[in-house]
Design a protein around this ligand. Structure first.
Ligand SMILES: [Zn+2]
Ligand SMILES: [Zn+2]
Length: 82
């Protein structure tokens, strides 16, 4: 369950705000590696890779899982491009 009003403000890979310009590499890395920083508050998270994916724990925002964070399907993205 995610609380309403929580929006991703930080890069999960480098921990800087999404307003920073250089996240192309981070976006690529995010497809291969779990995030290291909470996207909501930028705190460093405890990250554990599991056989099915990964989970990451923010001391403030709780657990985030690979399954829970992946809300967009590639098929949907394809349609959005058109
Ligand atoms: Zn980044
Ligand atoms: Zn957090």
């Amino acid at each position: 369950m995610s609380g309403a009003g929580d929006e991703a403000m930080f890069c999960g890979q480098c921990g800087l705000t999404l307003a920073e310009p250089r996240h192309e590499g981070c976006a690529l890395r995010a497809t291969l590696e779990p995030p290291r920083y909470c996207t909501f508050c930028g705190r460093r998270m405890i990250v554990q890779v599991t056989p099915t994916g990964w989970w990451a724990r923010c001391s403030r925002h709780g657990d985030l899982t690979s399954a829970g964070s992946a809300t967009s399907d590639l098929e949907l993205d394809d349609e959005a491009l058109g």
